[in-house]
Each structure stands twice: as structure tokens, then as C-alpha cells.
Design a protein around this ligand. Structure first.
Ligand SMILES: *Cc1c(COP(=O)(O)O)cnc(C)c1O
Length: 408
């Protein structure tokens, strides 16, 4: 079977061969436990981990001591949100405290918030604007005396919208509320600096930045303020007690290398994906009408194009472009038939949400891939619209909103 063209870089990225090469010896040769203090195997592993810690820290403008390695962003999100509530939440009354987050967050944040709600935490879910974006003013209005944490993502994984993180960070600092930012889709796509952004906690993940799967990191601010967390896993006290468990040395080495490359090649990667994304959108908009772009027209990352094709049925469209590995809505929710919670939160209607496709263009995407993707999409949409009575009516100039539909 011919492999489809991979355009799902928000779901995961291939491991860059340069990263894989650096990781390889840590499986078979330098296989020590980084916690073994009594022999060279352990020292070598520990040195590799400490080098990777410096690379990850440098990529986000942090100090090495502020990096906690985890199994990925999901774990980092759980640790950040639950760890803050456990550390700072009120222990006596019914409600430990309040959290502000967004309806457009990744499920890892939303499900953690739901879990905290079940423990009595009060959660405000902010509705984003029509582009999936939040303002600092909106966050300000939601703050309460008992707010423990604001959790707003840097870049949305479905639509690529970039939030005004530095403004939200400044607000949180002024109001002395901790700010956690899911930067999983930001690293390698926009400049990330925890100082300039004023974030207190931030997560990132290896497999979204051309590193390996199953490894990520949580940044925990050490000064102004010093953030403390209650560990969510008990064990050997690794990672300064915040995340016990034998370190995934090859994975961590890969994460470090991937972060270093992501920052070094940031402008190159951006220019590459932007050129491809623009080429793709030009072709689509030139050939098709009634296509809606989901996400912010300016404040969006270069590698993402989320489009809704009116008057086609979502499931049929996905089948029509089976030569493309893309996602309809989020990769994590495409197993269910519910329309994307992100698009719904932005007020995109049911129909358009169902007919939305997320295209992601990455480091290894070629112009030929883009041309093929545009061609397949255009052919599939045209074919489905030929069968669509609604589209025919629209072509005839009938305003569908004025039609009186009767049920039989
Ligand atoms: C992929 C993703 C996650 C989950 O990361 P894992 O490392 O796969 O657990 C969380 N947030 C966002 C925005 C993501 O894109």
C-alpha cells in the first residue's frame, strides 16, 4: 500500500535523523542509570542528562534547575495543575481554590481541570473569540481572590492560533497568580522565553519537536516567585523529588538535541513551512469557493492550515482524501464523532466544524506533497459538491437562510 502524505505535524512529528543518531548510543552503549553514583555507567548517563537539561533550559530561556523531565506534556500538565492545587489550595473548607482556563485547551488540560473540579476546585472555562484567541483583559475579569492558577496555552494545536502570552503573564504577575502555559505547540514554531513571557510553569513534549515520543519536560520557576509543587508520583525522589522514576536517558538526550535544533533552526523551519502553507492555501482558495479558514488571520503559526469546506460532509471528505494523513479536528478526538471542541468553543457551527480539516506542514514536507494535497482536496470537494443539493441551490443564488424546510 502506498503511504499517504504526512500532513499531521500537530499530532506528532517524525524523529529527526540527527536527533535519532545522537540518541542511539544511549540504548546499547551508555546504558547506565543516571541515578547510579558509584560507577562510570551512571556518571556518563548523568552527564548526558545534565547536558540535555541545559539544552532544554536554553531553548526556553530557563535555568537548568527549573527543568523536570516527564513522560510528555500530558504528565507535565497533570503535575503542574494538580501539584499547584495540592501545594497552595486551601485544605480546610469545601473549595481548595479557583483555576482559570480555556474551552479551547488540549484535552490533557481540560480533563485535569475536570478532575480537579470533582475534588471541589472551582474552574472558570473562558470562551475564546471567533479566532480561538484570548485577551489578557478577559483573563483579568475572571480572576478571583481565591484564584490559584491560570492555565492558557501558547499555541492551539487544532487551529494554530497564538495567544498573547506575555500580556497574560504580566497580568498574572501583577495579580500574584501562578501562570501555567502549555507550550507543546509553541516550541520550534515561535520564540519561547519564560522570562519575557512571565510564565511560572510551562510544558513541552519531545514528539512535537522532531524528538522521540514518551518524553517531555515541565519548567518550574525557581525565582520571583519560587514555585513549589506537590509531587504526583512517589518513588526514588528523582528530579528534585517532583517526579520520581528512573530517567529515560535516551529519550531525554533526544529531547535535548531536538530542542537545540528547534531553536537553532527556528527561522529556517518557519520560512519553510510558511512557504508551503501559503502555496497550499493559494491553490485551495483559487480553486474552491465557500472555504473558511479557522484560526486567527495573523496570530497563527506558520505550519498550520485549518479549513472548513462548506456543503460537503465531513466523513465523506476524509474518505475522499485518503491519500493524505491529516486530521479532522484534533487527533485526540478524531476517534469520536463529536465535532471539535475547539471549533465549537469559537462558535464555528456544527456543519463547518464537521467539515474541517487540519493540515500541518513540517520540516520534511515538500512542495510536491503540498501540490498533491491541494489536488486531492480540490478533487474530493468538487466531487462531493456535485452530489450536494445544498451546494446546487447556493450556486443558483438561493439564500439558504430564507428557505423554509419542511419535515416529512
Ligand atoms: C500533543 C499535545 C499535548 C500532549 O502531549 P503528549 O506529550 O503527547 O502527552 C498537550 N498539549 C498540546 C497542545 C499538544 O499538542
Amino acid at each position: 500500500m502506498k503511504q499517504p502524505i504526512y500532513l499531521d505535524y500537530q499530532a506528532t512529528t517524525p524523529c529527526d535523523p540527527r536527533v535519532f543518531e545522537i540518541m542511539a548510543p544511549y540504548f546499547t552503549q551508555v546504558y547506565g542509570n543516571a541515578a547510579s553514583r558509584s560507577h562510570a555507567f551512571g556518571w556518563q548517563a548523568e552527564e548526558a542528562v545534565s547536558n540535555a537539561r541545559a539544552q532544554v533550559a536554553a531553548a526556553i530561556g530557563a535555568h537548568e534547575k527549573e527543568i523536570i523531565f516527564t513522560s510528555g506534556s500530558t504528565e507535565a500538565i497533570n503535575l503542574a495543575m494538580k501539584g499547584v492545587v495540592d501545594m497552595y489550595g486551601k485544605k480546610d473548607g469545601d473549595c481548595p481554590g479557583h483555576i482559570v482556563t480555556s474551552l479551547a485547551e488540549h484535552k490533557a488540560v481540560l480533563d485535569t481541570a475536570k478532575h480537579l473540579e470533582s475534588l471541589g476546585v472551582q474552574v472558570t472555562y473562558l470562551k475564546p473569540d471567533q479566532y480561538g484567541r484570548h485577551s489578557a483583559e478577559q483573563v483579568a475579569e475572571a480572576l478571583q481572590d481565591n484564584t490559584l492558577l491560570v492555565a492558557i496555552m501558547w499555541v492551539n494545536n487544532e487551529i494554530g492560533t497564538v495567544n498573547p502570552i506575555a500580556e497574560i503573564g504580566k497580568l498574572c504577575k501583577e495579580r500574584q497568580v501562578l501562570f501555567f502555559c502549555d507550550a507543546t505547540q509553541a516550541v520550534g514554531k515561535v520564540p519561547v522565553d519564560v522570562e519575557a513571557a512571565g510564565v511560572d510553569l510551562l510544558c513541552l513534549s519531545g514528539h512535537k519537536v522532531y524528538g522521540p515520543k514518551g518524553v517531555g519536560a515541565l519548567y518550574v520557576r525557581r525565582r520571583k516567585p519560587r514555585v513549589r509543587l506537590v509531587a504526583q508520583m512517589d518513588g526514588g525522589g528523582h528530579e528534585r523529588g517532583m517526579r520520581s522514576g528512573t530517567l529515560n536517558v535516551p529519550g531525554i538526550v533526544g529531547l535535548g538535541a531536538a530542542c537545540e535544533i528547534a531553536v537553532r533552526d527556528l527561522e529556517k523551519d518557519r520560512a519553510h513551512s510558511r512557504a508551503l502553507r501559503d502555496r497550499f492555501e493559494e491553490k485551495i482558495f483559487a480553486a474552491l469557493d465557500h472555504v473558511h479558514r479557522n484560526g486567527h488571520p495573523e496570530h497563527r503559526v506558520d505550519m498550520c492550515s485549518n479549513l472548513s469546506f462548506a456543503y460537503v460532509e465531513g466523513e465523506s471528505l476524509i474518505m475522499g482524501i485518503s491519500g493524505l494523513a491529516v486530521s479532522s479536528g484534533s487527533a485526540c478526538t478524531s476517534a469520536s464523532l463529536e465535532p471539535s471542541h475547539v471549533l465549537m468553543s469559537m462558535g464555528v457551527g456544527d456543519e463547518l466544524a464537521h467539515s474541517s480539516i487540519r493540515y500541518g506542514f513540517g520540516r520534511f514536507t515538500t512542495e510536491a506533497d503540498v501540490d498533491e494535497a491541494a489536488e486531492q482536496t480540490i478533487a474530493a470537494v468538487n466531487k462531493l459538491r456535485e452530489l450536494s443539493p445544498l451546494y446546487e441551490m447556493v450556486q443558483e443564488g438561493i439564500d439558504l437562510s430564507t428557505v423554509q424546510w419542511t419535515a416529512h
